[in-house]
Write a protein that binds this ligand. Structure first.
Ligand code: ADE
Length: 433
């Protein structure tokens, strides 16, 4: 593999690859890393590589002509070659990208600098734009060295004969299992017995299990991509019982006060289908209680009849899982009653989150709210869902957070409340497997 790194700081690369396996890989001819000073390709006498943007605005942009000449000079058209630009707005670099790049004979890396590059550089010369993470560095040199190091690990022979990148974390979308070396005991902490047993089958099983366990607790998002056997999925089911995050989520379906289609405050009627479906979603995603806020006495009678049928009556023995779901449902007169009850159970007032199909200012996104709920898991969270044409203004305005509306790549904006509830619960509480 040949790397050609285009940079205005070639000295940056003097040390990162001058020792260890990278030095060896270069000595053995497995990789060849060349740096090129972009200034050398500038045609003016001051060796300018940057200029102010057309249209005004602060900062400097990297000019196209020196970079264009550098790429044309170093790119080897005879082999399989790719041009990469390091930039914070590129695709997120991953193990998968590294593996794909390792399939080329030459990678030309343009290290972005200043406030960006002339757009035509991307259009005319770049095949792939890569970011190493959601943060901004002052230049792409660190990103280039990350790319070179991780791609090189996939080149046969670079890691030596007895090491394989296949066992590294991420390669099977699972994190690596815990490893131990001598001493067998340190300050009372012992190496797991199975690793000393010499039984390789048991060791392999233990490692796989630990790898899944570690991924489940630290990076559940990776499990989404992992190819797992049915035994491994069984193991994850056990982990769900013992090692799931302990958030305290509540939802309430509000029948009053909500709007009708002429924006008048009304009390809506109980909808059997909504209650069944939201209750089933609530159990699936670990919601503690699903409240129905319904002050109308006639409606309450109806709700109670349905709930009693499924939780105590014939329905309870007929369909146990439905009974489990509807056991989560509690009927209350007002939202204030719900908040008070949660405060009594949890020892503090719930953080309230409202949802609406309409957009308002300062809404919170799903991933931000999910992070908040998981990082401050001791607090109770109450998600309020409106029936009819949506929650009354007073409820919307008194909530702690307004969640962004659920949306797809269309502007159709009329999900049923039970569908919206399922999507919201999945985005906030799914375990990604
Ligand atoms: N240049 C500046 N920040 C960067 C980042 N996060 N990834 C790649 N190149 C960059």
């Amino acid at each position: 593999m040949r790397y050609d790194i285009l940079t205005i700081f070639p000295e940056f690369f003097e040390s990162p690859f001058s020792f260890g396996i990278f030095k060896k890989a270069q000595d053995n001819g497995l990789i060849d890393i060349k740096t090129h000073d972009i200034r050398e390709y500038s045609s003016d006498k001051h060796k300018t590589v940057d200029d102010t943007p057309y249209g005004g605005g602060g900062g400097m942009l990297m000019k196209i002509d020196p970079i264009g000449s550098a790429v044309e000079d170093v790119k080897d058209e005879s082999g399989k070659s790719i041009v990469v630009l390091t930039t914070p707005d590129g695709e997120k670099f991953s193990d998968k990208t590294a593996r794909e790049l390792a399939g080329f004979d030459q990678i030309v890396i343009i290290c972005g600098r200043y406030e960006g590059v002339d757009e035509r550089i991307r259009e005319m010369y770049v095949d792939r734009e890569i970011s190493i993470g959601d943060y901004v560095l002052s230049g792409g040199e660190n990103a280039a060295s990350v790319i070179v190091e991780s791609v090189s690990r996939f080149i046969p022979g670079v890691l030596g004969n007895d090491l394989s990148p296949e066992n590294d974390s991420f390669n099977q979308s699972l994190l690596e299992y815990p490893q131990y070396t001598r001493p067998e005991e340190f300050k009372g902490e012992k190496v797991p017995q199975v690793l000393l047993s010499g039984n390789h089958k048991e060791i392999d099983e233990w490692r796989k299990k630990e790898s899944i366990k570690r991924t489940f607790t630290k990076r559940p998002d990776l499990l989404d991509k992992a190819i797992l056997s049915t035994d491994e999925i069984e193991l994850i089911k056990e982990l769900k019982e013992t090692s799931s995050p302990s958030f305290k989520a509540y939802i309430a379906l509000i029948h009053y006060p909500v709007y009708n289609n002429r924006f008048k405050i009304i009390n809506t009627a109980f909808t059997n289908l909504d209650v069944h479906d939201i209750a089933r979603s609530a159990v699936t995603y670990g919601v503690k209680t699903f409240y129905l806020v319904q002050p109308n006495l006639e409606q309450q009678k109806l709700v109670n009849r349905v709930l009693t049928h499924w939780t105590q009556g014939e329905g309870a023995s007929f369909n146990k899982s439905r009974s489990e779901a509807l056991n989560l449902v509690e009927l209350r007169n007002t939202l204030e009653d719900v908040v008070e009850e949660i405060e009594e159970v949890e020892g503090e007032k719930p953080v309230t989150i409202v949802t609406d199909a309409r957009s308002v200012d300062n809404m919170i996104g799903f991933s931000e709210l999910r992070e908040l709920i998981f990082s401050e898991a001791k607090k109770p969270y109450l998600i309020l869902l409106g029936t009819g044409w949506g929650l009354a203004r007073e409820i919307m305005e008194s909530a702690d957070y307004t969640l962004k509306p659920v949306s797809g790549y269309t502007n159709y904006n009329h999900l049923s409340v039970r569908s919206a509830a399922a999507v919201i619960l999945d985005r906030l509480f799914s375990c990604k497997i």
